[in-house]
Ligand binder design. Structure first.
Ligand SMILES: Cc1cc2nc3c(=O)[nH]c(=O)nc-3n(C[C@H](O)[C@H](O)[C@H](O)COP(=O)(O)OP(=O)(O)OC[C@H]3O[C@@H](n4cnc5c(N)ncnc54)[C@H](O)[C@@H]3O)c2cc1C
Length: 368
């Protein structure tokens, strides 16, 4: 008999949400994480925005899982006393030429079934946010910000309350088929082997490496990985100018450098999109020039010298510069031919918002 019903590689928001979904379905769950704490990867380097689901292509996993994930997330946060604010978001056209992009977004939101979206004139937008430069705006009432770490701690608590385990400092080093399930090699200070009936790879930027370490996983099914770095600048010496999230119309490959006031009241701008060839997280102060230019389109009063380099994160992208924006990839046996195995690739934004729905999708794909 296998040690566990399901082993999940990666204790980010998505791996933990998959663990929670499986634990709720009465499975004995093991989550393995290489780092000494949960949420050490992409899940700790992002905007912590709850997206409504306007931006994603018709019929895509992103569109479906963002909307269902967001609908599940607010009640989960409330039930588990995790801090959040349903602040709302304004997506702004700062000149007439940007209005068609907003109209396309409004139509996409309708197709995706997004609730609470309203068209505002520039005047109506300024009545809500007096410092805003806008000729028109879309108000998304369902958008918000939340404490991603508190959320992940709550998921870990749920897994453990259901009898599962989240084991840290335990890198996945490989797996092979055994007795209808998987024998899994675990590295770290005390290397060991465990067995599980089902295996889920939810390793963020490490997903491709993990998939390559599974015996028999077809090389052609491991997608290319591109690093889409996003840099943030924080506002210093000036009070946060807006209560709501402020977004420009989307840019190719990202939602555009936006404004956010976090739960502690700190105002931040970002992420931009910088293609890099390896993981590194320093923020180049020279990028400030681009931020001043972008931000002043919607906030002309931004003072000189107020932006300070803050932090960065890296999107695990499956498409590179100039290529069309892709979808999440959730591959099961129908894609890679290995029974009881689900691999997640390219879980970039809106992965946090979607995580509870991705978890349910993983459990469904495992047939449990
Ligand atoms: C700049 C930026 C901004 C974003 N903003 C938002 C936003 O506002 N809203 C939103 O919804 N989404 C946002 N996202 C996307 C969101 O952060 C991700 O989709 C989500 O956090 C992915 O979670 P994950 O669990 O898949 O990955 P991760 O959090 O990276 O978790 C994977 C885990 O696997 C572990 N791991 C890797 N290899 C191994 C191994 N061999 N053995 C064991 N463990 C391993 C890693 O250490 C890591 O902890 C943003 C992303 C970025 C980069």
């Amino acid at each position: 008999m296998a040690d566990f019903d399901v082993a999940i590689i990666g204790a980010g928001a998505v791996g933990l949400a998959a663990g929670y979904a499986c634990a709720k379905r009465a499975l004995n769950v093991l989550v393995l994480e290489q780092a000494p704490h949960i949420g050490a990867g992409v899940s700790s380097r992002n905007s912590e925005v709850i997206h409504a689901g306007l931006h994603y292509a018709t019929g895509s996993l992103k569109a479906r899982l963002c909307v269902t994930g967001r609908r599940a997330l607010y009640p989960f946060l409330a039930d588990h006393n995790v801090a959040y604010a349903k602040s709302g978001k304004l997506i702004v056209a700062t000149q007439e030429s940007e209005i068609p992009a907003l109209e396309r977004l409004a139509r996409q939101g309708e197709i995706n079934g997004v609730e609470g979206v309203r068209w505002l004139s520039g005047e109506e937008a300024r009545a809500l946010e007096p410092q805003l430069n806008a000729v028109a705006a879309l108000l998304s009432e369902e958008s918000g910000v939340f404490d991603a770490h508190g959320y992940m701690a709550a998921l870990q608590g749920e897994i453990e309350a259901h009898g599962g385990a989240v084991v840290l400092s335990s890198p996945f080093e490989g797996a092979h088929a055994q007795d209808g399930g998987y024998a899994i090699q675990v590295g770290g200070e005390a290397p060991t082997q465990v067995s599980a009936v089902r295996l889920v790879i939810s390793a963020g930027l490490g997903a491709q490496d993990c998939a390559r370490k599974i015996e028999g996983f077809p090389a052609a099914r491991v997608p290319a990985l591109h690093f889409g770095k996003g840099n943030y600048f924080a506002l210093h010496g000036v009070k946060a100018p807006f209560a709501r999230l402020i977004y420009p119309p989307p840019i190719p490959g990202a939602l555009g450098t936006h404004y956010r006031r976090d739960l502690g009241g700190v105002a931040r701008f970002g992420p931009d999109l910088e293609w890099v060839d390896h993981e590194h997280y320093s923020v180049d102060p020279a990028r400030a020039a681009g931020f001043y230019e972008t931000v002043r389109r919607f906030w002309p009063a931004l003072p000189d010298g107020a932006l300070q380099p803050d932090y960065s994160g890296i999107r695990p992208k499956l498409h590179g510069p100039g290529e069309a924006q892709g979808d999440f990839v959730i591959d099961d046996a129908s894609a890679h031919g290995l029974a009881n195995l689900v691999c997640l690739f390219g879980i970039e934004s809106p992965g946090l918002t979607s995580s509870l729905a991705i978890g349910e999708e993983v459990a469904d794909r495992l047939g449990i």
